[in-house]
Design a protein around this ligand. Structure first.
Ligand code: AMP
Ligand code: MG
Length: 688
């Protein structure tokens, strides 16, 4: 079983002791144990690092915890190197072989001399290793790539795929890994002898400790300002690996690279690189009283990132799911040239006039493997059949007279007529669907046609829905005087379901801070995002905003939008909370305009702008400039008509409408016939 309790990520260094004060370009390690991150550890030299790793492994072993240890240098050289020096392709033989040859102290090591001597053993002394970081000359090791000769590949296969990867032949200089590798592998070789270790991807990972090659720059973004890059990166990598479901980790680790090794996460970069949401992710620019809708949307687009895990599903199971990675065709469509019609196939164009061709025996039907056709002959072909070899042109059966063993037709017929070329739709390897797309029925056809069996998709976003207010009673119950039925919860559950997420009903909370707090605490363990309605303003009973405010992670969004009182946006135990207005009309509009795209991003889907179109207004209206308005609307007789009342409590208008009219900020008067933007409910992914 591929479950790991402890993840440790190490950023190695080929340099000498870096001193007592933590600094960059040194060795850094970060531990994440059962999802809990420890502060990154500064290791001033390799001897200290080896002792630290030994102590860590011992402690984890005693506690019975399984460890995945990531190291940021190649575990293997390009193919052929091992065989040349150890007589074996086994990369682990190279580890031991290096361990016997490297001498290493905090102040100096012999890696440049070893590289030079290996170059000389290969004959020329001009490669594969190069770069000498010492003051003195090293026999067999050049300072630059002048006259360079390398009997092996410059890069491993995985390095050709990983943008910006360095070759392991460069022994020093910014970004180089050759020195780290030569000084790191001997340490790993010793640790391997001391502990129960399996090395990825050379061995099955059934030991207590797995060594995995990582390259933080591949899967994590830039470190925030003020952080030491290496320290921050190892912590991020450890967090990313710890966050993966065991099955998904197994899928990412399932690579076949027995000689050269592989870089963890190559091909899964986007999926892995999902920074956690920050507590201040909803902060708006200071000093602005009413934030324009577009600015508020830009904040959501910019600050949010996917929070959902990834799983592999078969194509038919993937309907409605969000693609976690781009999908590329395994096979061309069509795979072979074929005929688009029922008719007769032959080779080449025919000019004007009558043509008579001898007809070959048999026929080519859809599904038949292409057979040879004798030169100068025609053959019967049926729609969808792969063209027989030698056939590139088809004449329609309706245009042909059948004779005795011949066909007769009139030209001209162009070369290639009535045929489809191989790959004219999609060619093998072509990206057919981008990551973040929600899979449609048409996508299922496309993926099936190009040979896909399984694809990586996001797990559904779990959205908790909570209503707040002492006045609310459940639909169907008896309502006392002064009470109203909870209308928002069923509506929000419907919206969230239509958006393709998984709904979690969090019930109703009274206007009571403790009750609300308990519900939020319980919810934050089982959902990815929480939608609440009511209590979002700053009034006496607006406990939602008060609570979030106290947690120090709330922004009251005052958006220049109507309808929609303030939105309380915040983080509760790391889970984003959308505090929607209580009024059902405002709650629905704010959900469509703000919560919907935000939840898309959290779900791993692409940012989407609801498509509208301009239609003549069937109404008149006077409007305040400076805010955007959404009117409940529908199209009749080619014009947008709007609901008679704009009252925010008029739920019947939401139901009457089939979409929204969007009036831009500068608009003031709208007259009958003026173009207005109409966005059908369908553009938001919901039915009318
Ligand atoms: P609030 O934002 O809590 O001040 O609520 C604003 C208005 O929306 C009040 O009239 C509430 O009674 C009403 N309201 C709040 N929550 C709901 C709900 N779940 N269903 C229907 N109306 C609600
Ligand atoms: Mg209320």
């Amino acid at each position: 079983m591929l479950g790991f309790d402890t993840i440790v990520a190490v950023d190695w260094s080929g340099g000498n002791d870096t001193g007592a004060t933590p600094r960059k370009d040194a060795i850094w390690a970060a531990v994440n144990r059962k999802g809990l991150a420890e502060s990154p550890v500064y290791l001033r030299n390799r001897q200290v690092a080896e002792e630290w790793l030994t102590a860590l492994f011992q402690a984890e072993q005693t506690a019975g915890r399984r460890v995945l240890a990531g190291f940021d240098f190649p575990f293997g050289y390009p193919a052929g190197f091992g065989a040349a020096f150890t007589g074996s392709d086994d990369p682990l033989a190279v580890w031991d072989w290096l361990e016997q040859r490297i001498t290493d102290t905090p102040k100096e090591n012999n890696r440049f001399d070893l590289a030079g001597s290996l170059n000389l053993k290969l004959g020329s002394g001009k490669g594969p290793f190069w770069f000498n970081g010492l003051g003195r000359d090293v026999s067999g090791l050049a300072r630059n790539k002048k006259d360079y000769a390398n009997p092996f590949n410059e890069k491993r296969h995985c390095e050709n795929l990983a943008k910006g990867a360095f070759t392991c032949w460069q022994m020093g200089g910014t970004g180089a890994v050759g020195g780290q590798m030569m000084t790191g592998l001997p340490v790993l070789a010793r640790l391997r002898r001391q502990f129960d270790v399996a090395v990825w991807p050379f061995q099955p990972l059934d030991a207590a400790i797995a060594f995995v090659e990582i390259w933080p720059s591949l899967t994590v973004g830039a470190a925030p300002e003020g952080e030491i890059k290496d320290a921050w990166q190892v912590a991020e990598v450890a967090r990313q690996i710890a966050a993966l479901a065991p099955e998904r980790l197994a899928e990412i680790l399932a690579v076949d690279a027995p000689v050269e090794g592989w870089i963890f996460g190559l091909g899964f970069e986007d999926e892995l690189n999902t920074p956690p949401l920050r507590n201040d992710c909803f902060a708006l620019p200071p000093g602005v009283h009413w934030t324009p809708v577009e600015e508020a949307l830009a904040v959501l687009q910019d600050r949010l990132s996917p929070v959902t895990g990834v799983e592999t599903l078969t194509v038919p199971q993937a309907l409605g799911r969000v693609l976690a990675a781009p999908v590329s065709a395994l096979r061309s469509n069509p795979p072979l040239p074929n005929t688009a019609v029922d008719g007769y196939g032959f080779a080449g164009a025919r000019g004007a006039g009558v043509h008579v061709l001898p007809l070959a025996q048999g026929r080519a039907a859809a599904g038949d493997a292409p057979r040879d056709l004798a030169e100068g002959h025609a053959v019967r072909v049926l729609t969808g059949a792969a063209l027989p070899l030698g056939v590139d042109t088809v004449v329609l059966q309706e245009d042909v007279q059948l004779g005795d063993g011949t066909i007769r037709f009139s030209g001209p017929v162009k070369a290639g007529a009535n045929t489809r070329k191989a790959g004219e739709d999609v060619v093998t390897g072509q990206e057919i669907l981008e990551a973040g797309r929600r899979v449609t029925p048409a996508d299922l056809a496309l993926m099936a046609a190009v040979g896909m069996r399984e694809i990586a998709v996001r797990k559904p976003l779990r959205v908790g829905i909570l209503s707040t207010g002492d006045e609310l009673v459940e639909a169907g119950e008896t309502a006392k005087a002064g009470q109203i039925y909870d209308a928002n919860r069923p509506m929000l559950m419907g919206l969230v379901t239509a958006f393709g997420h998984t709904c979690v009903d969090l019930g109703r909370a009274a206007d009571d801070r403790e009750d609300l707090r308990k519900r939020l605490d319980a919810a934050s363990d089982k959902v990815d995002v929480i939608l609440t309605s009511g209590g979002a303003s700053a009034g006496d009973e607006d406990h939602m905003s008060a609570l979030l405010q106290k947690a120090g992670a709330m922004t009251l969004w005052r958006i220049a939008i109507k309808p929609g009182r303030p939105l309380a946006l915040g983080m509760w135990n790391g889970v984003p909370v959308f505090g929607l207005p209580g009024n059902p009309v405002a709650a629905m509009v704010c959900t469509l305009i703000f919560a919907r795209p935000a939840m898309d991003v959290l779900a791993g889907a692409l940012w989407s702008v609801p498509q509208g179109f301009d239609v003549p207004a069937g109404f008149t209206k006077a409007k305040k400039a400076g805010r955007r308005e959404y009117l409940r609307a529908r199209i009749r007789d080619g014009r947008a008509e709007v609901f008679a009342s704009e009252g925010s409590g008029r739920i019947s208008g939401l139901s009457w409408a089939e979409g929204l009219v969007e009036l831009p900020e500068p608009a003031t008067t709208i007259n009958i016939g003026d173009p207005v933007r109409y966005i059908p409910y369908g553009s938001f992914g919901i039915g009318t």
